[in-house]
Write a protein that binds this ligand. Structure first.
Ligand SMILES: NC(=O)c1ccc[n+]([C@@H]2O[C@H](COP(=O)([O-])OP(=O)(O)OC[C@H]3O[C@@H](n4cnc5c(N)ncnc54)[C@H](O)[C@@H]3O)[C@@H](O)[C@H]2O)c1
Length: 258
């Protein structure tokens, strides 16, 4: 432990498992006070108790629930320094096969929730006058046009540019609030274990793909969590409105690096 985020109050959405769990563990290890916010109550409570943090049941798609969470954080901790908008879901489907229901579900958890989270966190962050950081989890799907996860690509593209618009807004206000997006690719988590195989199968079965699908060595959640610690800490005080791609070259090599 090196106390890189000592004294900082941090919310991690989707903190019960996968990338959010790793973020929560590393932020706590580095001295942060962590609120694990999720709908997976058992897993979230376990993580929170192991890291000495708090579990808070939050459905990120519900704006009123966000209002209540921010009020709770203000009342209990007096301030908020870090928000990791990490919760996300992916439902495979192309522009032609994606249903309206799937479109709305995926965008609710990423697009709507990232908007609600930033909207309600920023005023409390501003009040403290301390260095604050919003970290939005986008994806390489928010940069490259991956056809098999159409609604997810749309949502993650929205997260990418909402981050920049909010970063400029805060900078214009003179707030000490930075906003950045992270774009992971191929990290082993419950999400990729479940959906990754479905997407890979869709690619393999697509007769328009003449090339075999390249296998890329997957990353691990800590590969993302250390970036979250950096962005949460004051070490990154000049990093604002940036998009941090963590994919071992996948987006620039079409996955040809094993
Ligand atoms: N794993 C990867 O390779 C990868 C790549 C790119 C982007 N991402 C993004 O990183 C984030 C985390 O992904 P992961 O792989 O850890 O996923 P995961 O499915 O393993 O974990 C997601 C977490 O979000 C929670 N969640 C889902 N819906 C929620 C809701 N409505 N309210 C609150 N919590 C909710 C889940 O309960 C779970 O704890 C997501 O935004 C995902 O899109 C992951």
């Amino acid at each position: 432990m090196t106390d890189r985020v000592a004294g900082k109050v941090c919310i991690v959405t989707g903190g019960a498992m996968g990338l959010g769990e790793a973020d929560s563990r590393r932020l706590a290890q580095e001295g942060g006070t962590v609120i694990v916010a999720d709908i997976a109550d058992d897993e979230g409570q376990k993580v929170a108790s192991e890291i000495g943090g708090e579990y808070y049941h939050l459905d990120v798609t519900n704006e009123e629930a966000w209002v209540n969470l921010i009020a709770h954080v203000k009342e209990k901790y007096g301030k908020l320094n870090v928000l990791v908008n990490n919760a996300g879901i992916v439902i495979p489907g192309t522009v032609e096969t994606c249903s309206e229901e799937d479109w709305r579900a995926v965008n609710a958890v990423s697009t709507d929730a990232t908007f609600y989270g930033m909207k309600h966190a920023i005023p409390l962050m501003r009040e403290s006058g301390e260095g604050c950081s919003i970290i939005n989890m986008s994806s390489i799907a928010g940069i490259a046009g991956i056809p098999y996860v159409f609604s997810y690509a749309a949502a993650k593209g929205a997260v990418r540019l909402m981050s920049k618009a909010a970063a400029v807004h805060c900078a214009q206000n003179g707030d000490k609030i930075r906003v950045n997006s992270i774009h992971p690719g191929g990290i082993v988590t419950p999400m990729t274990q479940k959906v990754g195989a479905q997407v890979a199968a869709a690619m393999e079965e697509d007769p328009r793909n003449s090339q075999p699908v390249a296998g890329t060595t997957p990353g691990e959640p800590d590969d993302i969590a250390w970036m979250v610690v950096y962005l949460a800490s004051d070490e990154s005080k000049y990093t604002n409105g940036a998009e941090l791609v963590i994919d071992n070259t996948v987006t620039i090599t079409e996955g040809i690096v094993p």
